[in-house]
Ligand binder design. Sequence first.
Ligand code: NAP
Length: 293
Amino acid sequence: MGEVWNTGAMDVSKAVLITGCSSGIGRATAERLARSGWTVYATARSTDSIADLGRAGCLLLELDVTDDASMRTAVTSVEQTEGAVGVLVNNAGYSLNGAIESVPLDEVRRQFETNVFGLARLSQLVLPGMRSQSFGRIVNVSSMGGRLTFPGSGYYHASKHAVEAISDALRFEVQGFGVDVVVIEPGLIRTGFADAAVGTIADRSEDPEGPYDGFNQAVAVTTAGAYRNSIARTLGGGPETVARAIEKAISAERPHTRYRVTGSARLFLTLRRLLPDRLWDAMVARTFPQPRP
Ligand code: NAP
């Protein structure tokens, strides 16, 4: 923790609680922060999946971000040992894919329970402890998809747009209590994310003659391919790239409000800012076939 800022107080907890550590970005972040000397509470729905993080110096807790009792138990457990959660990394999440009309709303509710309400509830649970020690940092793993939208991932992007809005409001509301809120916006990151996204389409028992079947299959192929093509190879990154940005965000005395991670995020977000909607749609149509009767 060499570069870390000094809060001035002796008894301030800087213990880090991270959600979704069984793979990808959460796992890489837990490993990196533990290596750097942070006190890390790595969490997952099942601690069996993170046993090796225990051997790497992390403390392990079970935490399902769709289960209120599980979230309360985990936060209480950190508070009993550390006094407060000093840093919360809201990382757990996945992408629900499929055309808007074709996705059952129960699946959409599950998407928001995980990506949005879990993040909001955990923030509510850690804030009293952060406020009482006049220090805290909440790091929300959003996505470049929190500021742009690709067809076939509308509900995922809606969930990340919600994360961005909640983070903007929260940043203003808690700054006076000594709590910083930071948004991380990764681009294409090679993790289990793409397979999970493709799985949300494959799992859906759809009418093979339905109006969106061909489109949804194309979204699955494009999603899988996007993480293997030349753009991903040159402008994407591994999960450790995001872990590095998260460490930067929690180590800085005055963190940026947003960290874009990888060239793919910077490229697509710049394009989205420059192109009017119809031109953006035309660009996207080169990648996704437009559903037609
Ligand atoms: P990943 O390897 O699939 O990891 C997702 C993690 O979320 C897993 O550990 C998973 O745990 C966990 N999770 C899912 N539902 C959960 C729940 N209800 N409670 C607790 N944990 C749950 O994907 P990743 O790329 O590391 O994704 C991490 C975050 O980065 C997500 O928020 C994602 O939206 C964001 N992101 C990823 C990319 C990318 O290209 N990879 C880009 C932008 C943003 P289980 O093993 O228990 O399912």
